[in-house]
Design a protein around this ligand. Structure first.
Ligand code: HEM
Length: 277
């Protein structure tokens, strides 16, 4: 499947959702499309787990699946569709493209409780390192893949910890640029009532570039987990390398995306991405 199938059906914020989806779909079982399964009467699925409440536009994957089933029944897994959609979303935003290894199988199990294995936006560097190494991913993969935050948007609740009641003596995370923190506090007040409120993950949120790393070095990253990349000598050096060279970032990002999406573990090619066969 190439660009044309996907291009007709999704744009902008929907687009970035797929890159994020390719990451949050990556619980310990691997990239097996388990994040696409619906909850049932007896089981709360991953997509309804606390970190995944902002996932949306599953219907786009449904459209792609329907088109594929019409021409090649039972052949392309939902897990492969997510990996391809993430690749195309990056490329359509001005980033690199790559050949996605295919042949993943879809899993039959999806549990909301397993989303606790995912790294949290409040994670520190050792938690991030542990979460990635459990999946066979290195510190370089961590820094390169965090560059996915060159695109998209975060809700206030995801970075609330940095801008209100950060510590007993400091309301705001002191590692944040002062006026940047002030602007986040103005859109996300302490008792925010606007569920859709939040901030873009970088200042060029629709362009896949290395701006994320430059902003990170300037104290203008959104999550604790972004800022954490500066607190370890290895990851700090990599942040500087990627801030200096978009080419180096893109090369590392592609390698790490292929690595991340090659960790698989399913059993079947689902006929409908929302339900097991
Ligand atoms: C390192 C660990 C990571 C953490 C803790 C993390 C956390 C988050 C959180 C909390 C959000 C915002 C959710 C919301 O408030 O709506 C988000 C958004 C996003 N993340 Fe990550 N993420 C991580 C890694 C990644 C990776 C590896 C990628 C892709 C390669 C990625 C791509 C994205 C994108 C594109 C968005 C924006 C989604 C949209 O606009 O709909 N993230 N991330």
């Amino acid at each position: 499947m190439g660009l044309p199938l996907i291009m007709g059906v999704f744009f902008n914020e929907i687009l970035f959702g797929f890159i994020y989806l390719s990451f949050v779909g990556f619980v310990l079982k691997g990239c097996d499309g388990s994040v696409l399964l619906n909850s049932t009467a007896n089981n709360q699925a991953e997509k309804d787990g606390p970190p995944n409440i902002s996932l949306h536009a599953f219907y786009v994957i449904d459209h792609a699946k329907k088109a594929l089933e019409a021409v090649c029944p039972g052949t392309v897994s939902c897990a492969d569709i997510v990996a391809l959609a993430a690749r195309d979303a990056v490329h359509l935003s001005g980033g690199p493209t790559w050949v996605v290894p295919k042949g993943r199988k879809d899993g039959r199990i999806s549990r909301a409780s397993e989303t606790r294995q995912l790294a949290a936006p409040t994670s520190n560097i050792s938690q991030l390192q542990q979460s990635f190494s459990q999946r066979g991913l290195s510190m370089e993969d961590l820094v390169a893949l965090s560059g996915g935050h060159t695109l998209g948007f975060a809700h206030c609740s995801s970075f609330q910890n940095r801008i209100h009641n950060f510590a007993t003596t400091q309301d705001v995370d002191p590692s944040m640029h002062k006026s940047f923190a002030a602007s986040l506090r103005s859109v996300c007040p302490m008792h925010n009532k606007v569920r859709s409120a939040g901030a873009n993950l970088d200042s060029t949120p629709t362009t896949f570039d290395n701006r994320y790393y430059k902003l990170l070095l300037d104290g203008k990253s959104i999550f604790t987990s972004d800022q954490a990349l500066l607190t370890n000598p290895t990851t700090n050096t990599l942040v500087k390398k990627f801030a200096d060279s978009r080419e180096e970032f893109e090369k590392a990002f592609v390698e790490s995306m292929i690595k991340m999406s090659s960790i698989t573990g399913g059993q079947e090619v689902r006929l409908n991405c929302r339900f097991v066969n």
